[in-house]
Structure formats: C-alpha cells, structure tokens
Write a protein that binds this ligand. Structure first.
Ligand SMILES: Nc1ncnc2c1ncn2[C@@H]1O[C@H](COP(=O)(O)OP(=O)(O)O)[C@@H](O)[C@H]1O
Ligand SMILES: [Mg+2]
Length: 364
C-alpha cells in the first residue's frame, strides 16, 4: 500500500515556537507508531524563528533533540535577509499537518500558503484561523452567534500613542464602561503575552502602552471571578465536543509563567461541574466552532462564574497545544480517542475537507 506523505510543519515565527516543537514531537511519534506507521510517511518541515524553512533532515534533528535551531539576528543596516525559501520536498507532500501556534501559523497566514498549494491540510482555513486569532473579530463572531461573553472594548494603537487628548478620554471610558479589575490584551498574540490584569488608572495606562507595543489592535475586558473550563472539538461540518476539563492555578491569572512552568497549573479531566454546565459548555463549544468556520480541531475556553451559574465564552484556539500532556489530546483521551487515533482522524478530516473544497473550486 502506498503511504500518504504527511508534511508536519512546526516551529514558526511566534512566541510559541518551543511549544510547537513539543507538539510536533508528540504528533511525529504518533504518526510513526502502531497502525499509523502503515498508513503514513512522515515528512517534517521546520520553520526557524526567523522564518526560514528547513526540510526533512534538519527538521528531523529538531524533532529528535527538541531544541530550536539558533538563528542570528540580522545586523543593523545589513541588506534585508531572504526570509523564506521553499524546500523542493514540500512538493511531495500529500497532506499537511501544520502545528504552529500563535501568529504566523494559527492566524491564517500559513493556511493561505497551504491553500494555494492545493494540498489538503489539517485544521481550520484562512478565514476561521484569522477570526480565531484576532480577539476583536472573534468576539464579534461570537456576539453574532448569541454566545454570552464578558463586556469588552476594542481599542486601536492610535488612540493610545498618537494623541495626548484622546488617551485620557479613552481611559475614562474604559473605567466607566468596564471598571476594575479589567484585562488589557493585544488582540493577536496568545500564551498570555502582553496581557495585564489592572486595578488602577496608573496600571491601566502602562498596560495599554505595553499592549500597544505588541499589536495595533487591542482589547480591554471586564474581569470576572470564574473557574476556567475548556472543551475540545473534533470534526468538520458534523463536529463533536469532548468532555470538559478545568485548569486550576494559584497565580493571579493564567499568565505566561503559569502556562509554561511545570507544576504551576493543574488540569482536571473531567471537570467537576454539574452535568447541565458541562452540556451547556459542549453546546457552546460547537456553536463557537461553527461561528468562526473552524474545521478539524479547536479548543474552546470558558469562564464559569460559579456564584451565578453563568457560562461565558473566553476564546477559541484553532491550533491548540498538542503535546502529550496538553489539554486538547487529553480531553479526547478521556472521551475515548487515543492520541494516535486522534492524529489519524485529523488527517482523514483534512482529506475529507480538501476533497470538498477542490470539488467546489472546480469550474462548472
Ligand atoms: N475577562 C477576564 N476575566 C478574568 N480572567 C481573564 C479575563 N481575560 C483573561 N483572563 C485570564 O487571562 C488568561 C489569558 O487570557 P486569554 O484571553 O485566554 O489570552 P490567551 O489567548 O493569551 O490565552 C485567561 O486564561 C484568564 O486566566
Ligand atoms: Mg487563553
């Protein structure tokens, strides 16, 4: 039987480069074990932090070592480096499995490239990836779908940096509309980078200035006191929701350090919540998946305000962490789908969706 060549694309120009390597290691292992080894041939492609692509040999070394390739920062005033070249072997791929988290990978950019190659790929397409990444667009789609969420304000960098009359008025408006504590976030990052929980005017001003250094688009949200629950979705048009899991931690909020320091956060699967709450979350997760036109996989995150029984949607992640210990594969394991079976299903879903897209794109 001819094996399907799976292009595992990982690394990437994002703060989540290291997580992507860990996710790719786990997926590579699953692809080359058990029944998957009879069906699939692994072709790894590594995107360096500076954007340069490395084909199979170096990519394989990165998968084995788990250590990113050191790249040199370009010297000031040196000619612009050639950031990207296309490894010839990319033309041999039958189906792509991009496992790039955050900007330049989870946001529709790589999805656009893979779409142009006319090769099926795992996960959400251009529109859904971009909407899932941009917290303002995402919240607009959720609002349109009638999904409850925290009160928020969309802010542009120009309101913070370019006009000294506008800035105090903006802060007044945030205080009047959202109050304290509130969360200031760059709209397009992830991993809690650039996010601050603020409780005063001075920290609000600093947080806005800091978040504006990451992104032109920002969002400020009313803070809620809530438990953090997550649900995994798998499928295309008839997607399914997993059992619900919970993240617990001792820090002020689920910040970068808590996310990436071993032992600072715990996962509980399934979450100890009333059945009605778990049902509601599964239902909302599927609605959120459809609202942004996600495909293949997504993890949808919620706030459960226990005192009022309210469930608010926080966000959708269209390429969630996929390491052996990540929430997404663990939620499916608890629902009855093992890691290798999950990887297999995702590839099959990519092919199914690729076939539909190609059929639609054919001239009549
Ligand atoms: N409105 C909010 N109320 C309470 N906690 C929040 C709020 N927004 C964010 N947080 C906290 O910050 C964390 C990161 O925020 P999130 O919007 O999920 O960003 P990221 O996309 O970087 O994961 C959340 O998991 C939660 O702990
Ligand atoms: Mg989050």
């Amino acid at each position: 039987m001819t094996k399907l060549r799976v292009g595992l694309l990982f690394g990437g120009c994002s703060g989540e480069h290291e997580v992507s390597i860990s996710s790719a290691r786990a997926i590579a292992k699953a692809l080359t074990s058990d029944q998957n080894a009879d069906k699939y041939e692994l072709l790894p492609f590594y995107i360096q932090k500076d954007g340069i692509w490395q084909a199979v040999e170096i990519a394989q070394q990165i998968l084995e070592s788990g250590v990113p390739l050191q790249t040199q920062n370009p010297k000031p005033n040196s000619p612009h480096p050639r950031l990207w070249q296309f490894p010839a072997l990319a033309g041999e791929v039958d189906v792509w499995f991009p496992i790039l988290h955050g900007p330049n990978g989870e946001d529709g950019t790589v999805q656009g490239l893979l779409k142009l190659m006319q090769v099926p790929f795992v996960g959400t397409g251009v529109l859904g990836s971009a909407m899932g990444m941009d917290k303002i667009a995402m919240k607009m789609a959720f609002a349109q779908a009638g999904l409850p969420q925290v009160k928020y304000m969309a802010v542009n960098r120009s309101q913070i940096w370019s006009n000294s009359c506008v800035f105090p008025k903006l802060c007044d408006q945030i205080e009047a509309t959202l109050g304290y504590p509130c969360f200031v976030k760059p709209a397009n990052l992830g991993s809690s980078v650039g996010i601050a929980k603020v409780r005063s005017r001075t920290t609000l001003e600093t947080a806005l200035d800091n978040a504006a250094s990451y992104d032109r688009r920002l969002i400020v949200e009313a803070g809620v006191v809530a438990r953090e629950l997550e649900c995994a979705v798998l499928g295309n048009d008839q997607a399914k929701a997993s059992v619900v899991g919970e993240i617990t931690y001792k820090s002020d909020f689920y910040d970068y350090e808590t996310k990436y320091t071993a032992g600072l956060a715990d996962l509980s699967i399934p979450a100890l919540v009333p059945d009605a709450i778990a049902d509601k979350i599964q239902d909302m997760a599927l609605q959120a998946f459809a609202a942004v036109d996600a495909a293949g996989l997504a993890r949808v995150d919620f706030f459960y305000v226990e005192t009022t029984g309210e469930v608010l949607i926080n966000e959708i992640n269209t390429l969630p962490g996929f390491t052996a210990t990540s929430m997404y594969p663990q939620l499916w394991a608890a629902t009855g789908i093992s890691f290798p079976a999950l990887v297999d299903q995702l590839i099959q879903l990519a092919i199914e969706r690729g076939n539909t897209i190609t059929a639609e794109a054919l001239p009549v």
